[in-house]
Ligand binder design. Structure first.
Ligand code: SME
Length: 168
């Protein structure tokens, strides 16, 4: 169960390898999407010791003719609630429908600084059955250049688990 989450290994790869089967086990047999995504976010936060990790859902905007990203389950300091299409790293990942790794947020035009402590980040989209982006996962670090192809590889597997949990 959740309280017995233990991540072994010292390298990033070893930690992800140890964590992924536990994430699978956490959500197995549970149909509630928000419960599952909340536990996945907590497993990532405490398993990988991330500074901030959370999702933004593609949702109706306050003007419902449009869509925007709206904050969902997260772990870490309070964050901005809404992000427009193409805005910041999250909105860019949604627009480009691909993972974006930012080594230095100060070098990313339009980066949205929810916390002044955040210095690098990775954002990954999850897709529905129609290949439409349904949410993005954002992970922030207090250090420069924290995220690389190893994070992309393993976090994209987490995105597939999230899509499955959503019934996609
Ligand atoms: N930095 C993100 C905004 C979300 S917060 O960092 C949690 C961005 O530029 O989209």
């Amino acid at each position: 169960m959740a309280e017995s989450l233990v991540v072994s290994g010292t390298s990033k790869k070893e930690k992800y390898e140890s964590l992924l089967p536990q994430i699978h086990a956490l959500v197995a047999g549970e149909p509630d999407f928000i419960a599952n995504i909340s536990n996945i976010i907590s497993a990532l936060k405490f398993g990988m010791d991330f500074f901030w990790v959370g999702v933004y859902f593609v949702s109706p905007a306050i003007n419902p003719a449009k869509e925007e990203l709206v904050l969902g389950p997260f772990q870490g300091p309070v964050a901005c609630t809404r992000i427009g299409f193409g805005k910041g790293v999250c909105g860019a990942s949604w627009e480009q429908q691909q993972t974006i790794i930012v080594e230095d947020v100060k070098q990313f035009p339009g980066h949205i600084a929810c916390s002044s402590l955040s210095r690098s980040e990775i954002v990954l989209p999850a897709f529905d059955k129609n290949e439409k982006v349904m949410l993005v996962l954002d992970v922030d670090s207090e250090q420069l250049a924290t995220f690389d192809e190893t994070d992309k590889f393993y976090l994209e597997q987490v995105m597939m688990i999230i899509s499955k949990c959503a019934g996609q």
